[in-house]
Structure formats: structure tokens, C-alpha cells
Ligand binder design. Structure first.
Ligand SMILES: *Cc1c(COP(=O)(O)O)cnc(C)c1O
Length: 376
């Protein structure tokens, strides 16, 4: 049996008529960049999130960059983010002219450890960017409190957490979708994400009209109307084909999320009690949309090789925490600055996870994990 890490072809086959019609429509109307399909997707996405504004852009990296610029982050500022993420989250802080400040992860949920944030706040700190990594929310009660108390802006990197929710409890605001908790929520629609385009795409959501306007302007060469440029901006546009594809796929996202959650439940059940493996824990306040199903494994590299030899695709997210990448050597960090992220980098393993994965495929993956540890 083959179990790929993800399977985008199967998903396309399942919705081929809808997708092909959407693509043909864009081409027939030559609505290639911005235009009616992009406006429609922005409206669909804003409605899906129950927010006032959705600003589309070229990718999820630009989304964070545009958010930082709109919040006035620039030279002399510091922005706090998490040690374990994809470099997109931190490189845009530098590109905005500010300094990235990293915080270790929580041992149970692999997100930014809110209890370690305040020690890194200085007079220059402008914003915090929690990442809802692997599909589950960060500790938003604590993070929101810190932002309020210290006067910091809050950008949520939701690239891996489409429609994930966090429950503040009734007196404190109840259930909220991630991306609508802070000032700005940013999304990637990279093909492999839970909601994926057929190329690069991204979006930003906010309820703040002034921020929305300034992000829309900045992403479009500093312009809100043709040949009028209020500022110098960048070229970060969503194209019509991606927008039309995303509008189709948006109709299926909740079904796909449910199927990811079902696959995760099967993994949980079959892996329970297996020595050598720690299965993912779900935060009591959060829902997990399982962009990735990440376990911690004894002899991770050995297990990964064994699974590969049995036709099972896996991944590591990420092999090196951001502060230990060559790009951040200049910050001079040591392993003891981020002990949890440092320890986990050799243990974490992402197992095959996609909505179409079958029960038989999950059973086969688990059987091969048991065989590796001699616990059949
Ligand atoms: C994918 C991803 C991004 C960047 O999105 P792109 O669309 O690839 O630019 C940012 N942050 C996280 C956590 C991601 O997983």
C-alpha cells in the first residue's frame, strides 16, 4: 500500500466539474488579475469568517508583511513571534525593518509559550505574531491579555488553521474563529494548506476599516484608484483563476476539516498506549483542524526511514527551530534559550494527513509504526 503525505490529485478528481467550470469562466471573461472573481472570493471569505473586511493578496507571506506595514512596524521596533514556525513568519518582520524576537514553544501544544512572552517585551516591542501551528489555536486568552496590558498589536498567522476556533468562555467573548481575535488575521492558500489554491494566494481579515483600507492600498502599489498613488506600495495581487478556485473550494472546507478530524481520531485511538509515540493533545479551549498530525517519536529518524521504505510519506515541521537557522545566527541564540523547541526538533514527525485519507491507509501507517517499535 502507498500512503502519500498528502494527495492533492484525489481532491481535484472529487470536485473536477466545479473546478473546471470555474477556471473556464475566468478565462472566458479574461478576468485574470483582481476583478470580479477576486471581489467575489473576498466577499465569500469575509462572510465565512463573519468579518467586515477581507483583503486578498499574492500569498501568506505577503499577508503578514502587509499587516506589519499597516500597523506601522518599522525600523526600531521589535516583534515577538514563536521559535517553531516556517520562516515566512519571521522574515517579514526583518523585511519591515524591525527585529524578530523569538519565544519558546509550549510542551503540550507546540505553539508559542505565552508564559514566556512578557520576559521578552521591551519598550520597542510593537506587536506579537502567534502562529496557530499545525491547525490548533495558540493560548489566545493569555496572549490577548498581554497585548491589552502592554499596548501591543496582535497579528494571527492562520496559514495552517483555516476555520479553527478558540473558546474564551461566555463572559469573555465566547467562541471565536482564529484570525478574528487580534487586530489582523493572515492566511495562506498555498496548494498544500487546508484551503489551497492551484498556485500562490493569500488573504488578510480584519474588522478595522482603517487598517483594511491601508492594507488594500499598500498591496496595490499604494493605490485605491487607477493612477492615484497615495504612497509607494508593493504588487501583491490575487489572480482571478486562484480566486475562482478558492470560491469553489471554500464550499467544501468544513467537510474536509471534519474528515481530517476523523482521521486524527482514528490515529489517536490506534496509537494510544504505544510506547515510543506521543500523540497530539488538543487545547481544551481550542478546536484542531489538523493541517498536520504531528507526533513525537522515539528514534524519529529511524521511524521515518522505516515508514519511507514501506511507501509512507512523512514530514518534519520543522527540522530546525527558526532561531537556530543560519539566517538567525546573528542573534547568537543557544539551545538553552529555547529548550522545548530544541528538544522537540529531533522528536516531531508529521504523519500522512489529508481529507481523503482512508481508514485502511491510517491503519496501515499505524501497523508499520507498531512494527518498527516491535509492538504489534
Ligand atoms: C505557509 C505558511 C506561511 C506562508 O504562506 P505562503 O502562502 O507560502 O507565503 C506563513 N506562515 C505559516 C505558519 C505557514 O505555514
Amino acid at each position: 500500500m502507498q500512503v502519500p503525505f498528502a494527495d492533492l490529485r484525489q481532491q481535484y478528481q472529487a470536485i473536477k466539474p466545479e473546478i473546471d467550470a470555474a477556471i473556464a469562466g475566468v478565462i472566458a471573461e479574461t478576468a485574470f488579475v483582481r476583478g470580479k472573481y477576486v471581489n467575489a472570493f473576498e466577499a465569500d471569505y469575509a462572510r465565512g469568517y463573519g468579518v467586515e473586511h477581507c483583503v486578498s493578496c499574492a500569498n501568506g507571506t505577503d499577508a503578514i508583511y502587509i499587516a506589519l506595514k499597516a500597523l506601522g512596524v518599522g525600523p526600531g521596533s521589535e516583534v515577538i513571534t514563536v521559535a517553531n514556525s516556517w520562516i515566512a513568519t519571521s522574515e517579514v518582520i526583518t523585511q519591515a525593518g524591525a527585529k524578530p524576537v523569538f519565544v519558546d514553544i509550549e510542551p503540550d501544544y507546540y505553539n508559542i509559550d505565552a508564559g514566556k512572552i512578557e520576559a521578552r517585551v521591551t519598550a520597542r516591542t510593537k506587536a506579537i505574531i502567534p502562529v496557530h501551528l499545525f491547525g490548533q489555536p495558540a493560548d489566545m486568552t493569555a496572549i490577548r491579555d498581554i497585548c491589552t496590558r502592554r499596548g501591543l498589536r496582535l497579528i494571527e498567522d492562520c496559514a495552517q488553521a483555516h476555520f479553527s476556533e478558540y473558546d474564551f468562555g461566555a463572559p469573555k467573548g465566547g467562541k471565536r474563529k482564529v484570525g478574528t481575535i487580534g487586530d489582523i488575521g493572515t492566511f495562506s492558500f498555498y496548494p498544500g494548506k487546508n484551503l489551497g489554491a492551484y498556485g500562490d494566494a493569500g488573504a488578510i481579515v480584519t474588522n478595522d476599516a482603517a487598517l483594511a483600507r491601508s492594507m488594500r492600498t499598500f498591496a496595490n502599489h499604494g493605490s485605491m484608484s487607477k493612477h492615484e498613488h497615495e504612497i509607494e506600495g508593493i504588487n501583491s495581487r490575487l489572480d482571478g483563476l486562484q480566486a475562482a478556485i478558492l470560491s469553489v473550494k471554500l464550499r467544501h472546507i468544513h467537510d474536509w476539516t471534519r474528515r481530517r478530524q476523523e482521521a486524527a481520531t482514528i490515529y489517536d485511538k490506534l496509537l494510544a498506549g504505544l510506547g515510543g509515540i506521543v500523540t497530539p493533545k488538543i487545547r481544551p479551549e481550542g478546536s484542531h483542524v489538523f493541517h498536520l498530525y504531528v507526533v513525537r517519536a522515539r528514534d524519529r529518524d529511524g521511524l521515518q526511514k522505516h515508514l519511507e521504505s514501506r511507501g509512507i510519506g512523512t514530514g518534519v515541521h520543522y527540522p530546525k527551530p527558526l532561531p537556530f537557522l543560519k539566517a538567525y545566527q546573528y542573534l547568537g541564540h543557544k539551545p538553552e534559550d529555547f529548550p522545548v523547541a530544541y528538544r522537540y526538533q529531533r522528536e516531531i514527525l508529521s504523519l500522512p494527513m489529508f481529507p481523503e485519507i482512508s481508514r485502511e491507509q491510517v491503519e496501515y501507517v499505524v501497523a508499520e509504526i507498531r512494527a518498527f517499535y516491535g509492538q504489534t
